[in-house]
Design a protein around this ligand. Structure first.
Ligand SMILES: Cc1cc2nc3c(=O)[nH]c(=O)nc-3n(C[C@H](O)[C@H](O)[C@H](O)COP(=O)(O)O)c2cc1C
Length: 382
């Protein structure tokens, strides 16, 4: 029997050829939101990776919704043209059936900072900083800018920006539109009681805190036709007792299902600095399991999954339906080809790469990374 990891699955109107997703990964390499040659390089690599789904990095729906000056955006026509050109090239090298998704995001109070390799600090006066927004006028930490609390009019502007960016994404040809509702970004700043200190109808109870994010999801769902897929990346827990809980995640997921979300990806953390969280292979799998059990929706997990047998084990146990890989693919863009060899499955190589297929290259078992082949690494770090 073919491993589940390499078996097709239904997702909304599509059949996805396998269960692996290239996770969204910010590259901080855009020019005022527009994709550059760096994105062409990255996305062509990911397109060739054999993943059933390739997610494009967090893409800001407003200029002020970027984290840094290098973040990708879809807030101008120039942004749309640049990403269209990149996607045309990427689609040309992708295997049949694989789908491209885009993660639409608004950084909220985590925006207006330097690229990570520049220090990741708040932009100084000489670095073209911008005013940021959030649910409440509370900075992410003492060295981040203090956001303005969004009023109703501001919420309408942001909601419309999400819809417009979704329409731009559809025109570019994305099959999957995902909203970023985790990691302390704008939508998450409404959800988590740590960031949301409002006393009006958008703060306090879970119902109030979910009101604005759900209104954004509803507006975008209405703009994304049923022949495309609409998903959300949500927080499974803030990893602290006074934060967003697994029960909150379950209730939010139920509401998202009711308004027509096709899948959920469950991540965690990021709402405040310095909160300890567990690491180790699959540390977020129980969070996906929780949401999947409540909603029955196709559910994706990510987090320190680097060994194919372990990815397969998660799927076989029914704990999640899709596995997202971030650093494993960044480290080794051919991870999926190697996993297929290891699990005895077939993936399509571009013909230009055919001569590295183990059936044609006897040195393949020697050349491939030892850690990856070593069964012991399955539990590394746990
Ligand atoms: C370079 C890098 C950039 C990332 N950018 C994003 C992003 O744009 N959106 C997002 O939701 N998560 C982002 N993440 C988190 C990953 O999608 C993923 O959830 C996390 O890295 C855990 O998976 P891993 O252990 O396979 O790396 C990023 C991670 C990395 C390493």
């Amino acid at each position: 029997m073919a491993p589940l990891l390499f078996s097709p699955m239904a997702l909304g109107p599509f059949e996805i050829p396998n269960r692996m997703t290239v996770a969204p990964m910010c590259q901080y390499s855009a020019d005022d939101g527009s994709a550059t040659a760096w994105h062409t390089h990255q996305l062509m690599n990911y397109a060739m990776s054999g993943a059933g789904i390739v997610m494009v990095e967090a893409t800001a729906v407003e200029r002020r919704g970027r984290l840094s000056h290098g973040c990708l955006g879809l807030y101008t026509d120039a942004n749309e043209i640049a990403l269209s050109q990149v996607m045309m090239d990427a689609k040309n090298v992708a295997p049949a059936g694989s789908r491209f998704g885009i993660q639409l995001a608004h950084s909220g109070r985590k925006g207006s900072v330097q690229r990570p390799w520049e220090g990741g600090r708040a932009l100084g006066p000489s670095e073209d900083p911008w005013p940021v927004i959030a649910s409440s006028a509370l900075p992410f930490s003492h060295n981040y800018p203090t956001p303005a609390a969004l009023n109703e009019e501001g919420m309408q502007t942001v909601r419309e920006a999400f819809v417009q960016a979704a329409l731009r994404s559809l025109r570019i040809g994305f099959d999957i539109i995902e909203l970023h509702s985790t990691h302390g970004y704008l939508l998450d700043s409404f959800l988590s009681p740590i960031a949301n200190q409002r006393t009006d109808e958008y703060g306090g109870s879970l119902q109030n805190r979910t009101k604005f994010p759900l209104s954004v999801a509803k507006a975008v769902r209405a703009a994304v036709p049923k022949d495309k897929v609409f998903g959300m990346r949500i927080t499974g827990t803030d990893w602290t007792n006074d934060g967003w809980s697994t029960e909150d995640a379950a209730n939010y997921s139920k509401s998202l299902k009711e308004l027509g979300v096709d899948y959920l990806c469950v991540s965690s953390g990021g709402v405040a600095p310095g909160l300890p969280y567990p690491t180790g292979p699959g540390y977020q799998v129980p969070l996906a399991e929780n949401v999947k059990a409540i909603t029955g929706l196709p559910t994706r997990t990510a987090g320190h999954i680097v060994v194919p047998e372990y990815a397969e084990e998660i799927l076989q146990a029914g704990r999640a339906d899709m596995i997202a890989l971030a650093r494993a693919i960044l480290d080794n863009p051919h991870w999926i080809w190697h996993a297929a060899d290891r699990l005895g499955a077939k993936v399509c190589y571009p013909p230009q790469y055919e001569r590295i297929n183990p059936s044609m290259w006897k040195a393949a078992p020697i050349a491939r990374p030892q850690d990856f082949l070593h069964e012991g690494s399955k539990r590394l770090g746990s």
